[in-house]
Design a binder for this molecule. Sequence first.
Ligand SMILES: NC(=O)c1ccc[n+]([C@@H]2O[C@H](COP(=O)([O-])OP(=O)(O)OC[C@H]3O[C@@H](n4cnc5c(N)ncnc54)[C@H](O)[C@@H]3O)[C@@H](O)[C@H]2O)c1
Length: 417
Amino acid sequence: VDFDVKDQSLAARGKVRIEWAGAHMPVLAAIRDRFAKEKPLDGLRVAACLHVTTETANLMLALQAGGADVSLCASNPLSTQDDTAAALVEYGIPTFAIKGEDNDTYYKHIDCVLDRDPAITMDDGADLVSVLHKQRVEQMSRIVAGTEETTTGVIRLRQMAADNVLKFPIVAVNDTPTKHLFDNRYGTGQSTLDGITRATNILWAGQHVVIGGYGYGGRGLASRARGLGAQVIVTEVDPVKALEAVMEGFRVMPMIDAARIGDVFITVTGDKDILRREHFEVMKDGAIVANTGHFDVEINKDDLRALTTETREVRDHVVEYLLEDGRKVYLLADGRLVNLAAAEGHPAAVMDMSFADQALTVEWLAKQAGPLKPAVYDVPEDIDREVARLKLQTMGVAIDELTPEQVRYLGSWQEGT
Ligand SMILES: NC(=O)c1ccc[n+]([C@@H]2O[C@H](COP(=O)([O-])OP(=O)(O)OC[C@H]3O[C@@H](n4cnc5c(N)ncnc54)[C@H](O)[C@@H]3O)[C@@H](O)[C@H]2O)c1
C-alpha cells in the first residue's frame, strides 16, 4: 500500500482506538455489514480528504467493505491522529497524513490521493474540489461526483455553482438534517469545550464566554457552556439568529463590547476577522481565544502578532502573546479547529450519523443510472430518514406511525373545524 504516515509502529494502538469508536457507531456498522454482503461500491475509486480520526477510519472501512478502492488524506494539517493513520495503512487503505504537516506536505498529500484517479471525491472543506479545479483540470472529466462534509465547503461549492465554474456534481452532506442538526450542534458544542478544557484546564463555571456566531455550531456551544456554569455572550450579524439567542436567554452584543468583558472567546462563523485588532486592543489581561470554524481565518493572527512583543508556548496548544502594553492574550491551537487540534473532534456517536449519511450517499451516487449535471445536490430525503430511523433503533427508541386515517387527514384540505 502506498502511504505517508508518521510512524507505522503506532498501528496497533490505532486499531484498538478505531475499534472503540466503531463500538459507538452502530448505524455505520449496520451499513458496513450490508455493504460487505452486497458490495454496492465494487471497484469504485473514492478519494477522501477528511480529518484523519478514528471515526473517519470507520467510514473508510465501511466503504472498503462495500468494495470501494479508497484512499485518504487530511483535511486539516493539525487534526490527524497518527496512530489512526498508521492503522489504516495496515487495513490496506492508502493514507497520506501526518499531524502537524507543513503546507507543502499537506498539498502533496492531496496530490497523492488525486493521483489515484478517483471517480468520487469526499471533502471536508472542499480542498480536493478546489485543487482539481485549479491544478488538475484534465482529470475532472473522469470524476463522477463528490460529497462535502462541512458548512464552509458547501458555501464555497454553492458559490462555484452560482459562478458556473463547478465542473462536477457534489452532494452537500453537511446540509442534510441528520448531519448539521446533530454533528454541528452536539458534536461541535461538546468537543470544542473539550478541546479548550484539555488545552487549558480552565474552570468554565463563572467565566464570561463569548461565542462568535450563533449558527448550528454556535447554538451547541452556547448551550453547553451555559450548562457548565459559564455566563455566555453571543455575537451575530444575522438579526434572526441574534433574536433567537436573546430569547434563549443569552446576552447579545457587538464584538467590540463583548471583547472588553470576555474571559474566553470562541469563533464559529465560517467567516473571517471575527476577532481582529480593535478587539485584541481592549481584551482583558489573560483572555483566551480559540476558533472552531473550519479555517484559521476567524481570528486575525496577523493583527494579534502586530500588537505583540513576545510569544511563548505555555502548554500544548496554548501560545501566550505578550502585548506591548503588558497584557497577555492566549491563542489556542494557532487559531485552527480547537476541537480537532487539542481534543479528538466529535464523539463517535454523532459522527455515526454524519458518516452513515456519507456512506449511503456514495452508494446512491454509485447507483445513478446516468451522469448528474454539475451542481450542488441535497442528500436524498430517504437517506436522511433512514439514518434517523436506524439511529433511533440502535438507541432502543420506538416512535409512532401515522394511522391510515391520519395519512388521509394530512393529505386532505377539505376537513376543517
Ligand atoms: N469544529 C468542527 O468540528 C466543525 C463542525 C461543524 C462545522 N464547523 C465549521 O464551523 C463554521 C460554522 O458552521 P455552522 O454549521 O455553525 O454554520 P452556520 O451557517 O449555521 O452558522 C454560522 C453563523 O455565523 C454567523 N456569522 C457570520 N459572520 C459573522 C460575524 N462577522 N460575526 C458574528 N457572526 C457571524 C452567521 O450569521 C451564522 O449564524 C463553519 O466554518 C463550519 O465549516 C466546524
